[in-house]
Design a protein around this ligand. Structure first.
Ligand SMILES: Cc1cc2nc3c(=O)[nH]c(=O)nc-3n(C[C@H](O)[C@H](O)[C@H](O)COP(=O)(O)OP(=O)(O)OC[C@H]3O[C@@H](n4cnc5c(N)ncnc54)[C@H](O)[C@@H]3O)c2cc1C
Ligand SMILES: NC(=O)c1ccc[n+]([C@@H]2O[C@H](COP(=O)([O-])OP(=O)(O)OC[C@H]3O[C@@H](n4cnc5c(N)ncnc54)[C@H](O)[C@@H]3O)[C@@H](O)[C@H]2O)c1
Length: 513
């Protein structure tokens, strides 16, 4: 298999960056030189070009404040989401669904083509967004973008190591928005075997892996499993413990598991990968996996050689994706020089206003150890801005409520609020409402009838306690439920609401009936 991208060895070295082989678009910026010499002053220094930070930079710059944004990688303007996270992965997921729907995925030649087209589409999209993001800040009169790794010298001084030499920035206020990086488990050979990737490297591989093994059944693991299965790859997911979607109700968990298995994905739980190495026949990667549960080990794994009935299994794959969590980017930040405390898990320690333990320094987004979603980083921006605006009662993390989440599977799973097991534990008296997705006319029109919908409504008050939508378009529909919950609208509001037709949203009439 050929790649134009880094495998994990260099991906680790360049800190989750996309490949330097990825060309800049014609209008994308060349690396900038600092607009002044060795030392600069700023009203606000933002370290990292992530969602919360770039939104804050644009806001402060528009207010006439002098803002410096330091970004260590000129292929990451705009941050993780647009370059190596949400948007490239959702572009690929969409193209995979189209390939599956059109039947291209079933034909080896056509799926190769569909996949390499999808990678090209993704590159075009990210290059366009990167360039737009860069210009949105760099073209503002009061904003300077410095290309270089930033690290603290003191609580008010940060050194940015640019290609033209170090620049020391003295800033009145500093905002850390450095994101997170894939966590690489301690497995023999994992850093040196070609064909082992993080999500960043994986999305740069031009040729479809016919056999893909994924370590981790979390967000990235499941989204990529579903995507590659839609492209026609044989996918095996190795989860190191016995839990599959441990925070979900049993009926939802089963429905999702069955759906992913129906896509042809094999799950092996209690699977401890001991070693990865180059396969002896030169084709891909060989994984040595110890499986605690003999039943799961004997599952029908793609290219798995269950040579003995003991717990050691060898699996050969064209590519291995590591999706075992992401750790906050605090290494190399020299946070201690500024008196910034870190948590046990290496995140920047913050209070509900996102203030660090050092004065006038805040941390936004993945780096502060909160939930890792782009919309959380954006909401962190709102928390910080409410303090800079000097509102009497700033917006805090405690005010944040009813945060929805989505796993973008072939049939997306969206959830807001409590599930059944949590509502019982919290002592609520509630009614469970359920319906199959197939009952929704629009699902029939789309020929995407898989899944189920579930909601919890408090008896007496009709308060909506939560909703779990495993259905086409649920990533959109869930936001209506969230709004109703935020506004404390009773379930009857959704039951009686006049929706347009035919839409997936109108299912809420029936779900809350
Ligand atoms: C494959 C994948 C799919 C995802 N899908 C979704 C999704 O569908 N929906 C969703 O909501 N979330 C998704 N996420 C999570 C989401 O991308 C992140 O939560 C979000 O982008 C984090 O943004 P941030 O503001 O914390 O910082 P980031 O966007 O991560 O930006 C941090 C920036 O800081 C730079 N940096 C780091 N250290 C330094 C330093 N010392 N000096 C200078 N610069 C530095 C980095 O290069 C980077 O550009 C996904 C993540 C991945 C990996
Ligand atoms: N749709 C979205 O909002 C979205 C999509 C993708 C990523 N993300 C964000 O990115 C973050 C990182 O995603 P992720 O999937 O890497 O992390 P995750 O925390 O969601 O899942 C990691 C999984 O890997 C398992 N694991 C850990 N070590 C293992 C090992 N050695 N072998 C096998 N399994 C192992 C864990 O038990 C867990 O199930 C998530 O926290 C998520 O918030 C969000």
């Amino acid at each position: 298999m050929t790649t134009t991208a880094t495998n994990i060895i260099s991906a680790t070295v360049i800190d989750e960056s996309i490949s330097t082989a990825t060309p800049l678009t014609p209008d994308a910026p060349a690396p900038t030189s600092p607009k002044s010499a060795q030392s600069m002053h700023a009203d606000a220094l933002i370290i990292g070009f992530g969602k919360g930070g770039k939104t804050l930079a644009a806001k402060l710059g528009a207010q006439g404040k002098h803002v410096i944004v330091a970004e260590q990688n000129n292929q990451m303007y705009g941050g993780t989401c647009i370059n190596i996270g949400c948007l490239p992965s959702k572009s690929l997921i969409l193209d995979a669904e189209r390939a599956q729907f059109s039947g291209e995925s079933s034909d080896p030649d056509k799926r190769k083509q569909a996949y390499s087209n999808a990678i090209a589409n993704k590159r075009q999209l990210t290059a366009m967004l990167r360039s737009k993001n860069y210009h949105k800040l760099a073209d503002q009169e009061h904003i300077t973008v410095l290309d270089g790794h930033a690290h603290f010298l003191s609580a008010s001084e940060v050194q940015v190591d640019t290609a033209q030499g170090p620049v020391v920035v003295n800033a009145d206020k500093i905002f850390i928005n450095t994101g997170a990086t894939a966590r690489i488990p301690d497995i023999e050979g994992i850093n040196t075997t070609p064909g082992v990737y993080t999500s960043t490297g994986m999305m740069e591989v031009d040729e479809i892996p016919e056999r893909l093994v994924i370590l981790g059944a979390g967000y990235i693991g499941l989204e990529f499993a579903s995507m590659y299965a839609d492209f026609g790859s044989q996918v095996t997911v190795l989860q190191h413990n016995n839990s599959f979607l441990p925070n979900e109700d049993e009926d939802i968990r089963q429905a999702i598991h069955q759906s992913l298995e129906a896509q042809g994905i094999t799950f092996i739980t209690n699977a401890h990968t001991h070693r990865v190495s180059q396969a002896a026949d030169g084709h891909g990667v060989l994984l040595e996996v110890a499986v605690d549960n003999a039943d799961t080990a004997s599952a029908n794994t793609a290219s798995a050689d269950n040579s003995t009935d003991n717990t050691i299994t060898h699996i050969q794959a064209d590519a291995v994706l590591i999706a075992t969590g992401r750790v906050p980017n605090t290494e190399g930040l020299d946070a201690q020089k500024a008196g910034i405390a870190l948590t046990d898990r290496g995140a920047v320690q913050v209070d509900d206003l996102l203030r660090t333990t050092a004065p006038n320094i805040w941390a936004l987004g993945d780096v502060n150890g909160g939930p890792q979603h782009t919309y959380i980083s954006l909401d962190d921006y709102r928390i910080v801005l409410s303090q800079l605006d000097e509102r009497e009662a700033p917006y805090t993390r405690k005010d944040r409520k009813n945060i929805a989440s989505v796993t973008f599977l072939h049939t997306p799973y969206a959830r807001v609020g409590l599930n059944e097991q949590e509502a019982i534990a919290a002592g609520f008296d509630f009614e469970v409402k359920k319906m199959p997705t197939a009952a929704v006319p629009k699902a029939q029109v789309m020929r995407h009838t898989e899944g189920m919908m579930k909601a919890l409504v408090e008896r007496g008050t009709h308060r909506i306690l939560g909703a779990m939508l495993f259905a086409a378009q649920s990533h959109e529909v869930i936001n209506i439920v969230k709004l109703a919950m935020d506004l404390q609208a009773p379930a009857t509001q959704l039951r009686n609401m006049v929706f347009t037709h035919p839409t997936m949203a109108e299912a809420l009439n029936d779900l809350f009936a």
